[in-house]
Ligand binder design. Structure first.
Ligand SMILES: *[C@@H]1O[C@H](CO)[C@@H](O)[C@H](O)[C@H]1NC(C)=O
Ligand SMILES: *[C@@H]1O[C@H](CO)[C@@H](O)[C@H](O)[C@H]1NC(C)=O
Ligand SMILES: *[C@@H]1O[C@H](CO)[C@@H](O)[C@H](O)[C@H]1NC(C)=O
Length: 362
């Protein structure tokens, strides 16, 4: 039996079968988009100001102009302004994920990610608030084919296509570019839930966040105390409120990369999380329970409360894909149970099966 939890929630969202094949109905729009992607391809190859410095700033934001003016992308921040405004929930929260070509192929990670929103309970309507940030041309074009909110984020001098080896130079640049971009989103007044695309969503996480937390982050291992900075955070999932404290924190985090060259944002977070500066700015940092925000490092134990599951503690894209698919199967099996057995029977994950931290065989 197919679960139909949210059939009534959002009639405009197409059913999962059709979404991959969705195309823009009007040829003219298609041509406009083609023109737009050529502009973006060009820009990806040779970024122009305000991106050339690698650091964005807000002084260049111009007021949003005519919405018909799709091709005029003189200023990508203008486009970002539009997309965020369009995607935001009432309280100006958006859901953000990043995509590069390695995760963008058909039947790859991005498809599993989107599918989870369709089979999750109360998650389908959240797709309206999701913006996919594409790091390269292939990812951008794939995004345009399967989702309606895509933004191309070019990075100078780096080709982000292909599977990045963990800790390679390109991978590091991509991770740090993301932190700087998220700082910009906060400065524009938007709070965000950032999610890696190798995280499947089964329930709306918003009710599980702490009302007083400025920066809330999921963990590889959670020790039971949401205040304890000894928890092992995982940068793949976090909820950040836009305010002066969070903006200061993102600036601090981004600038700390210079003091710790060769480390990625998550390592640097572990290095700076005890820094007195964080208490000085009054940032309320909280760590999220793996019971709600689980992963392969420490799976959520209870199907009745799980919101998300992350294919963390996993090296290798194909291993990730295999285990993420198993997670979807486990969830479908759980959802098909009659309500009484959902509560009484202890469902369990069939993962990790393929995933591990052992290196890939050559
Ligand atoms: C799904 O969501 C509905 C509405 O919030 C709730 O009543 C129901 O218990 C949820 N089902 C599961 C399995 O979480
Ligand atoms: C940040 O601080 C400035 C000056 O202290 C204040 O005017 C502004 O409203 C604050 N912004 C936010 C988002 O809290
Ligand atoms: C995953 O594990 C199963 C069972 O061990 C194996 O048959 C399959 O080939 C593996 N797939 C990948 C992508 O490693």
């Amino acid at each position: 039996m197919e679960p139909k939890p949210n059939a009534e929630e959002n009639p405009v969202v197409p059913p999962p079968d059709s979404r991959i094949f969705r195309r823009f109905p009007v040829p003219i729009i298609f041509l406009l988009l083609l023109g737009l992607s050529i502009v973006l391809i060009y820009r990806a190859a040779a970024p122009i100001t305000p991106f050339a410095g690698g650091k964005w700033n807000l002084t260049d934001v111009v007021p949003a102009g005519d919405p018909e003016d799709v091709v005029n992308l003189d200023n990508e921040e203008t486009k970002l302004t539009w997309i965020l405004k369009d995607a935001a929930m009432e309280d100006k929260t958006v859901i953000l994920t990043t995509l590069n070509s390695a995760w963008a192929s058909v039947n790859s990670i991005i498809d599993i990610f989107l599918e989870s929103f369709y089979i999750g309970n109360g998650t389908r309507a959240l797709l309206d608030h999701l913006v996919i940030i594409a790091f390269d041309k292939k990812a951008y074009l794939r995004c345009m084919a399967i989702h309606h909110r895509c933004f191309a984020l070019a990075t100078e001098g780096v080709d982000f296509s292909g599977e990045k080896n963990f800790m390679s130079d390109g991978y590091l640049k991509m991770m740090w570019r993301r932190i700087d971009f998220l700082r910009l989103v906060l400065e524009m007044g938007y709070s965000f839930i950032f999610t890696d695309a190798d995280i499947v969503w089964f329930r709306n996480p918003l009710t599980r966040f702490f009302p007083d937390g400025d920066f809330q982050i999921a963990c590889d291992q959670f020790n039971g105390n949401s205040y304890d900075r000894n928890n092992r955070p995982n940068g793949g999932f976090n909820y950040v409120k836009s305010n002066n404290r969070s903006i200061e924190f993102y600036k601090f985090w981004y600038s700390a990369r210079e003091k710790h060259p060769g480390y990625h944002d998550q390592d640097v977070l572990n290095m700076i999380k005890f820094d007195p500066f964080i208490n000085q700015i009054g940032l309320n940092m909280r760590f999220l329970d793996t019971a709600f925000f689980g992963g392969l490092c420490q799976p959520s134990r209870d199907f009745n409360v799980v919101c998300t599951m992350h294919a963390n503690c996993c090296i290798g894209r194909n291993r990730k894909i295999a285990d993420l698919k198993l997670m979807l199967d486990d969830w479908r099996r759980y959802m098909a149970l009659p309500p009484a057995s959902k509560k009484s029977r202890q469902s369990s994950w069939s993962v990790p099966r393929n995933c591990s931290l052992s290196p890939l065989p050559n």
